[in-house]
Design a protein. Structure first.
Length: 347
């Protein structure tokens, strides 16, 4: 977003016109030290900019510094209920805290936490979820709708601001896409704190991706959102690949391989569906700005390949490789992947 406040999370800046940062969350507890480190480093390799980890106990908080020693992306602690866990995480070098001040308890505790975070320049994300809006607000609005979420967020912001704390990131997530989009659109008009956008409990890899694409895509195209989390019931690396695809589709990422492929039809003489899946898998970590067409047949393949840097299209007995719309050479079907990857890597 152009007009949001810039916030530093470790070595990463969000808001203030910086690029939209990609986040995910580990499926481990900090006390599973080796697993946590391995997963965070794998997420970084996939393209994750900021990673969150749940810190359910004070004992878990004692592993934060050990994790930090072995990772290089900023680490965010997800804290519920106990402000002392948040304080311990700050002492051990956490880069950001995510809380819902409403469940931290009395205001005095929130104040202690805000003062400590201020002193250490640690931002706090206020994470409002439609499922955990306080009773008073819920009664006023009658349902956990967008207005209730906005009021809840503003109430929590006022609490932190009342402690002279403004190093704030906000999120207002619902599992309902329409509610989520409405809530973010409304809050974006009221505050200039950076927004962490996401649809919560979005579901499986397939339905979660659809919900997140519609919700986050709508917001990003409205220029709302400073950091993005795609929530999927799948391996966390998949959240990163999904986030990258959403950002690419919204024109926010220029790098990476853009694969175009046709829906196939009776003219296709090879297994295009499997081939495209394999090309996607083989190219997901390649950070080159290339458009690659993988087309079913030569009828439309060459036309599409005109727009692409590279392209393959199936013929009757073999494939045809195109470069910038020009026929480069013919390839037997069985060598298609090897030859295509050679071209991509050499481009
Ligand atoms: Fe069918 Fe060829 Fe078009 Fe693919 S490119 S949909 S195979 S006509």
């Amino acid at each position: 977003m152009k007009n949001t406040k810039e916030i530093s999370i470790g070595n990463m800046k969000i808001g203030g016109g910086n690029r939209i940062a990609i986040q995910s969350m580990t499926t481990t507890k900090p006390s599973d030290l080796e697993k946590s480190i391995a997963q965070i480093n794998s997420l970084e390799k996939a393209g994750c900019d900021i990673v969150r980890i749940t810190v359910p106990t004070i004992e878990d908080a004692k592993f934060i510094d050990k994790i930090k020693e072995k990772i290089s992306i900023p680490l965010v602690a997800d804290i519920h209920f106990d402000y002392k866990i948040a304080l311990e995480c700050i002492e051990r070098g956490i880069d950001k805290i995510r809380i819902n001040p409403g469940n931290i308890g009395d205001r005095e505790r929130v104040k202690i936490l805000a003062n400590r975070a201020n002193l250490c320049n640690i931002p706090i994300r206020i994470g409002v979820n439609s499922g955990s809006i306080d009773k008073e607000i819920l009664q006023k609005f009658g349902a956990p709708n967008a207005d209730a979420m906005v009021e809840s967020a503003l109430k929590e912001v006022a609490v932190l601001e009342g402690c002279d704390f403004t190093n704030i990131v906000l999120s207002l997530k619902a599992s309902n896409v329409v509610t989520t989009v409405e809530a973010y659109r409304k809050i974006a008009k009221k505050v200039n704190y950076p927004l962490h956008i996401g649809v919560t409990e979005a579901g499986s890899e397939y339905s979660g991706l659809v919900k997140s694409s519609v919700g986050l895509g709508s917001l990003i195209l409205d220029d709302i959102g400073d950091t993005i989390r795609v929530s999927l019931t799948a391996e966390p690396e998949k959240e990163i690949y999904a986030a990258k695809e959403i950002l690419k589709a919204c024109g926010k990422i220029n790098g990476g391989i853009n694969i175009v492929s046709c829906p196939t039809c009776g003219r296709c003489n090879y297994n295009l569906i499997e081939t495209v899946k394999k090309v996607e898998e083989l190219t997901k970590n390649i950070d080159k700005k290339l458009t690659v067409a993988v087309m079913g047949c030569v009828v439309n393949g060459p036309g599409e390949a005109k727009e692409a840097d590279l392209g393959v299209a199936g013929g009757l007995t073999e494939c045809i490789l195109f470069k910038k719309g020009e026929l480069a050479r013919k390839i037997p079907f069985e060598n298609l992947l090897d030859e295509l990857m050679k071209e991509i890597n050499g481009a």
